[in-house]
Design a protein. Sequence first.
Length: 374
Amino acid sequence: MLDYFRELGINIPMYTLGKTVAFDWRYGYRTDSVIEDFEMAFFTPHSMMFEPRMSEDRSLVMEFLSRSKMTATDEEWNAYVQLLHEDPAFYKKEVNGLQLSDEERDTLKYMEHLLKAHQKGRSHQAMKEILRSLLYSTCPIDAYLWIGRWLAVGEDEQYEFFRKAAGMAELASREYKLHQHLDTLWSDVCYRPFLRGRAVFQDRLLSFKLTQKELNPALKGMLDLVKLDKLDAMGLRFLLMQYYLLNKKYAEMEKLCQDYPADELNPLFLYPLAMMRFHTLGGKHEKALETLQKAIHSNPFYLYYFFTDELKVIPVYPESIYLPGSPEEASYMLSISLSLWCQRNPALEDWMLKHFDDHLKSINAPFRGGSAIA
C-alpha cells in the first residue's frame, strides 16, 4: 500500500492507532499532536461511497480462515496472521483450502470481480468484470453503482440505477438488524454495500431541485445514514453540510459541526460555515471573518480555482486520495459544491475575494498580475 502511494509521488508515513495503520481523515483532520512530524494523506470521502475498499475482500477471507482456528491461542493466531501477510504462496494455499458453502464462494468471486473492475477504471475490461460479477450475486448493489456511475446515459437513467441499488440495499439491511449494537456499521464488511447504496441514492436525490415537502425527508435520509456510522467513513457529513447551506438550514449546519469537533480545521466544514455566517451575521462580524480566515488558511486553492480559470475542468469523480491543503483537496471541494456556486451571490463573492486577496498579499503572493499561489 505504501509503495502505491509513493508511486503517485506522495510520501505517506505510517499513522498508527494501536496496531491499525490509517490513511484517512476519520480520526480527525490534521491531528498534528498525534502524528507528530508525519505527513498524512486522506482518502477522498466521496470515493468511499462508490468504491469497495480493497481490504473488504481480505477481511472476508480472514473471517472465513478464522473459523478453522477457533481453538488457537492469541499467540498462535497472531503468528498465523503474520505468515499470511508475509507469504503470498501460503495465503493462496490457505484460501484454496477453505471449506466454503456455495454462497460464500460466490460472495468471494463477486467481490473479486468488483475490485478488478474498480482497479481498471472506465474500460472495456472493467465492464467485463462487472458483467462477470453479476453471475455471483443476487444483490449486486456495488455493481449497480458502478454501472450507474460509468455507463448510465443521462441523469434519469443514472437515477434509476442508483434507485435500484438503494432498493436492494433496503432488502439486504433487514438481514443485518442484529448488528445494530456495533459502534460503527462500517466495521461490518457485509453491511457496507447497504450503506453505499443508500448514500449514493440520497446524494443523487438531493442534487435535484426538490420541493420543500420532498426536501426535508431527503435531508433526514442522509442524516440517518450519518448516524448509522459514528465514524462516517463515507464522509456524508461533508455532503450534508453543502446541502444544508444550499437550502438555508443554518441551525442544522451548526449542529453538524458540534457533532464532529475533530473537523474544526477541515476546509470541507470551514468554507460552508464561513458562507453561512456571512448570510446570518454579516461580512463584518468577527465570527464570520474568523471562520473565513481559517478556511482560506486551511486551503487557499479552493478560492483560487473559483476566481480564476486555472482549473480547466472540475472532475465529477475526483482522485481517490489527497493531501490536506492541496490542490487535489480543493478540486474535490469544488466538485461537491458546484450546485452551491450555481446560485451566484455577488456580495458573498466580493467578500470572499477581498479577504482572499488580503491573505495572498500577506504571504507575498499577489492574486492579480502574477502567479497567485506558488
